[in-house]
Structure formats: structure tokens, C-alpha cells
Design a protein around this ligand. Sequence first.
Ligand SMILES: NC(=O)c1ccc[n+]([C@@H]2O[C@H](COP(=O)([O-])OP(=O)(O)OC[C@H]3O[C@@H](n4cnc5c(N)ncnc54)[C@H](OP(=O)(O)O)[C@@H]3O)[C@@H](O)[C@H]2O)c1
Length: 249
Amino acid sequence: MRIAVAGATGNIGARTVAFLEREGHAVVRISRSLGVDLITGQGLDAALEGVDAVVDAISSPPMSPAETLNYFGTTTRNLLAAEERGGVRHHVLLSIVGIHRIEGGTAHYSGKREQERLIEEGRVPWTIVPATQFHDFAALAASWTERDGVATIAPLLVQPIAPDDIAHVLAEIATGEPQGRYVDVAGPEPQDLVDMARRTNDILGRKVTLIPTWSGPFDESMAGNAMLPGENARIAPTTFDQWLAAVAR
Ligand SMILES: NC(=O)c1ccc[n+]([C@@H]2O[C@H](COP(=O)([O-])OP(=O)(O)OC[C@H]3O[C@@H](n4cnc5c(N)ncnc54)[C@H](OP(=O)(O)O)[C@@H]3O)[C@@H](O)[C@H]2O)c1
């Protein structure tokens, strides 16, 4: 098959490209640094020529909720319109578990909900893949607020997944038929985001004092079981400890 990956230079996109190529598929890489911009549409029609399926694994720069909604809205509209013109038969979105269970959440979630809405209303057959937080997410989230060796982070209950595991699932889904809303995809064990960030920073030799708080980018609507996978979730194999051990090597 010929499959385009939007966000091909990103954390999950690059891994998805690698899995697809390993399986012998022809992969078209989409990202601004590779000359294709989903905001302006530059290079998009040419990139989608002869493409059977598209995986959308782009992200947005950090912005306000309204700006993020606009970023994901514009990129998704442009991508879906180009897919229709090009006869693409399957649009696969990497989304986030739990974003419909909560009122607010981060600015990013407003944009992800908008992506899902446009895809569901659109004419290109689709699969939306809700994933839990990635194993590397905790340290990243702490780094957003880090000043002079001190960072705040919410004591969020998550069931994180290894980046390679979710990329593997996306590659598998992109080569199959559209499935609508896919089951939640998660790692094998619940974890606390503060503990994950602390352990990741320790392994990487980063000296950061972490202050648990709900006064930050995550609000209390995300507390409790809100971000955990639903029933019948697909559970990927790699534990946080196994991922951490690999990071340490
Ligand atoms: N982090 C988590 O724990 C988590 C959990 C579940 C789901 N997700 C979802 O996973 C997705 C991917 O996350 P990630 O961490 O892999 O992202 P990432 O590493 O930040 O990569 C983002 C990619 O998007 C590309 N991109 C951004 N704007 C673009 C545009 N206008 N046109 C074309 N390409 C564009 C970037 O390349 P250029 O800069 O070259 O354009 C890059 O390849 C996100 O949408 C996020 O919501 C994340």
C-alpha cells in the first residue's frame, strides 16, 4: 500500500513510518520541515497522489485553547479536503483517551476534539485511535513549567503506553479497513504522572524538584479515573519500567 504519515518527523509519526516501511509499504512523509504544510496546504495535493491511507500524527505548537482549536481545525480541514480530491480511502487519527469524559483539560484537548468532530462529519472513511499518555509524556509535561530547577506537575492517574507500541498499532490500523472509533489503546499498568516524571528525570540525570499541583495546564476535571482507558481497551505490552530501563541504556 501507499500510506502518507502526517507528522512523519515527530515522536510517533517517525516510528509509524519505520514500522510501515519494515512491512514493505511505500510511505509518503508529511511535515513542514519536509516541505508539506497542513496549515497552508503547500505541497499537500502532490504528496497525496496515489495514496491509499493517511495517518494524522501531527501536533500543534503550545498556544491558547482557541488558537489550538484553530490550528487542528485548519490542518484537519485541509488534509481531509486534499484526501477527498486525491481519492484517499482511509483517514487514521491519533487521538487521546478520555478527552470526551472531561469538560476542559488542556488547550491541546480542545484541538483534538475539533479534529475528531471534523473527521466524524467528513466524507473520508476513518478510524480514530484514542491513546493514553506516552511513557515519555510525564517528563515532557514537567519541562513545560520548569524554572531554575523547579517544576509543577499534576498528580494525574494515567495508564501510559510506549511510543513504539502505539506507533505499531497505528501502522497496523492504517493497512486495514476503516473502523470508526477504535477502542482505547493503553499500556499495561496505571501510573502516577509525578512519579513517572521523577523517575524519568532521575534516569536522565536531570536535577528537577517536582511540586505536585492541579494549578497548571491540567485541571481537576482530569483527576480520578478520567484519563484511564475504558472497558475493552487494547493493552500494549511494554511497561513503564521496561521503557525506563531502555532509556537508561
Ligand atoms: N504525548 C502524549 O502523551 C500523547 C498521548 C496520546 C495522543 N497524543 C497525540 O499524538 C500526536 C503526536 O504527538 P507527538 O508527540 O508524536 O508529536 P511531535 O513529536 O510534536 O511531532 C509533531 C509532528 O507534526 C508535524 N507538524 C506540526 N505542524 C504541522 C503542519 N502544520 N503541517 C505538517 N506537519 C506538521 C511536525 O513536523 P514539522 O515541525 O516539521 O512540521 C512533527 O513531525 C499529537 O496530536 C497528540 O495529541 C499524544
